[in-house]
Design a protein around this ligand. Structure first.
Ligand code: CA2
Length: 143
């Protein structure tokens, strides 16, 4: 089962800046733990600060992978183009946010992506990615 985690703009700074909001761990370090936690999965990771590259990746994997976990960063709150890309693919997509966006500025309360995603996980730190991966495993299990 192939699952990709796609992170959007500024998430390459995880573990380097704003530890009060986003924690002290780099995504690379967390990804290594995810691979240990789910050894039976083929996990991939992609990060880009560019909207078009995120869309290209969704198109590339969206008919062959079993799952996509996306944290589109601030594009969550602005991008109709990423929303359209998610709508146009077959692979189920789970939206993740590290911070509790509902406990932050009002402009973070709306997501263009949520209506076209299978589900949304918000506010559980990097462990939210683990929950998202687990939810995709459950999606394919028969109970
Ligand atoms: O909570 C989340 O995961 C967000 O998607 C993160 C985005 C933010 O715009 C969304 O509203 C909520 C920002 C990502 C910025 O990541 C940084 C990480 C470390 C240091 C600085 C920025």
């Amino acid at each position: 089962m192939k699952i990709i985690i796609i992170n959007g703009p500024n998430l390459n700074l995880l573990g380097k800046r704003e530890p009060g909001i986003y924690g002290r761990e780099s995504f690379e370090a967390h990804f290594a733990k995810l691979q240990e936690e789910f050894p039976h999965l083929t996990l991939h990771y992609f990060q880009s600060n560019h909207e078009g590259e995120l869309i290209d990746k969704l198109h590339e994997v969206g008919f062959s992978y079993e799952g996509i976990v996306i944290n589109a960063g601030a594009y969550t709150h602005t991008s109709i183009a990423i929303t359209d890309a998610i709508s146009s693919i077959r692979t189920p997509v789970v939206e993740v946010h590290i911070s509790n966006v509902y406990d932050r500025e009002a402009f973070r309360h709306h997501s263009y992506l949520s209506p076209v995603c299978k589900g949304v996980i918000v506010g559980f730190g990097l462990r939210g990615y683990d929950l998202a991966v687990q939810s995709l495993i459950w999606h394919y299990s028969d109970r």
